[in-house]
Write a protein that binds this ligand. Sequence first.
Ligand code: XMP
Ligand code: MG
Length: 179
Amino acid sequence: MLDDIKEVLYDAQQIQDKIKELGDTLSRDFEGRNPLVICVLKGAFIFMADLVKNINIPLEIDFMAISSYGQSTKSSGIVKIIKDLDVPVEGRDVLIVEDIIDSGLTLSYLIDVLERRNSKSVTVVTLFDKPTRRTVDLEANYTGFSLPDEFVVGYGLDYAEKYRNLPFIGVLKPEVYSK
Ligand code: XMP
Ligand code: MG
């Protein structure tokens, strides 16, 4: 598995340090608001787990699964809810936890859904961002790392469902795609 990696962009320690910073900031900014923290599956599952351990105020968590990519590395623009939330968001301060923002299509769809359900506020935290890839005008409220325009894997992110368990974020060797 490790021989498929061309380059490590951020190692496990750098990621943990950044998540600590994000957790401190979110603890301050959401103090007294009991946010509903929503993990966007599958990619954000590791970030979600590490992030909430670093937020020291009362909160609730829920999960949502959305598909836009299938097995390909490019966004299809078609977004589908595979698994919806268990609880209503009406009147809630919602914090969306995303792994990565690329075109922005997935997130803009999700924000729209949560706003139409009359959430009180929608805030987005993403661990990774590829700002040069955006096709819709949208930014996360909190971002861990900006990445170059390269397909990345690890720390929850996959290529064809593999590599999610790598503790770092890295770039695959090009020959892996042509296998
Ligand atoms: P959009 O284009 O809608 O995409 O902003 C967001 C979702 O696409 C996935 N994505 C990636 N997954 N490596 C991955 O493993 C990447 O480099 C990558 N870029 C986008 C991801 O699921 C994200 O939530
Ligand atoms: Mg995702």
